[in-house]
Ligand binder design. Structure first.
Ligand code: UDP
Ligand code: MG
Length: 251
């Protein structure tokens, strides 16, 4: 089990990509503590500042001064949500990892329920059954999910929801590319991991702006989808049934 610098084992790492979320962070941090402190879990919060141009990093440094469980991983320039998520995965030390947005749209009160499934599942991904976004976003996302499932052959209701929980083992062999945060559940299933989709609460964005519009999402996400389909088709599937004399092989 991974060890924190103090020598104690960590149960949970929260990985939170942050891009210009200064108004949301001061509300998010206490809400997370309110939910997680009573659970007795040993946890860290890895905020990944993805090149914010506002005062997000300063806010996180302020939390850190008051609570050493807060960590700040800061990217040099804005590199995208997948890059920020990847940096968070690499920094995370917990045996469970939860990803969530920094904009208060995901509700920290769902975290214990997500973790509750990790005894039987390798990963759990949220499904925003009552999504609180503008209607145009809801419709375009419904179309996107249909296209994704039809082309990838997967069945994920809400691949745009990045509120998820993972066992640490699933992330070890995961290689992300730009835009691939949407496909993490599909990629994990491809590798044989068991992924469950469960309803989660969703709240309207009160402060700051969504980083995605229809155009910057639809075109690049469609290209990504073709790559994911290709990966699914070409995924190596084989079983070794004999390995005679392989004892001295270098690991
Ligand atoms: N985000 C990021 N880098 C980016 C774009 C977004 O770290 O280049 C973060 C953002 O701050 C938020 C999360 O990723 O915490 C999801 O972004 P957003 O809320 O804009 O997406 P939406 O909920 O509108 O799909
Ligand atoms: Mg959001």
């Amino acid at each position: 089990m991974p060890e924190s610098p103090s020598g104690s084992t960590l149960d949970l790492s929260l990985v939170i990509p942050v891009y210009n979320e200064e108004a949301n962070l001061p509300l998010l941090w206490p809400e997370i503590r309110e939910v997680l402190d009573p659970t007795g879990l040993r946890y860290e919060i890895v905020f990944v500042d993805d090149g914010s141009r506002d005062r997000s990093a300063e806010a996180i440094r302020g939390f850190r001064e008051r609570d050493p469980r807060v960590r700040l991983v800061r990217l040099k320039v804005n590199s995208g949500e997948s890059a920020a998520t990847d940096a968070g995965f690499k920094a995370a030390r917990g045996r469970w990892i939860v990803t969530m947005d920094a904009d208060l749209q995901n509700d920290p009160h769902d975290i214990p329920a997500l973790l509750g499934h990790l005894d039987r599942w390798d990963a759990v991904t949220g499904w925003r059954t009552r999504r609180e976004d503008p209607w145009i976003r809801k419709i375009s996302s419904r179309i996107a999910n249909w296209v994704r499932n039809t082309i990838s052959g997967d069945a994920i209701q809400d691949s745009g929801c990045t509120f998820r929980a993972f066992r640490r083992e699933c992330l070890r062999g995961l290689t992300l590319y730009r835009g691939f945060h949407r496909f993490i559940p599909t990629l994990l299933r491809m590798q044989g991991f068991r992924v469950l989709e469960v309803p989660v609460n969703h709240r309207p964005r009160r402060f700051g702006e969504s980083k995605y519009g229809i155009a910057n999402r639809a075109f690049s996400a469609f290209q990504d989808l073709l790559v994911v389909r290709w990966m699914a088709e070409r995924h190596l599937r084989y079983q070794v049934i004999e390995d005679l004399g392989g004892e001295g092989r270098e690991g």
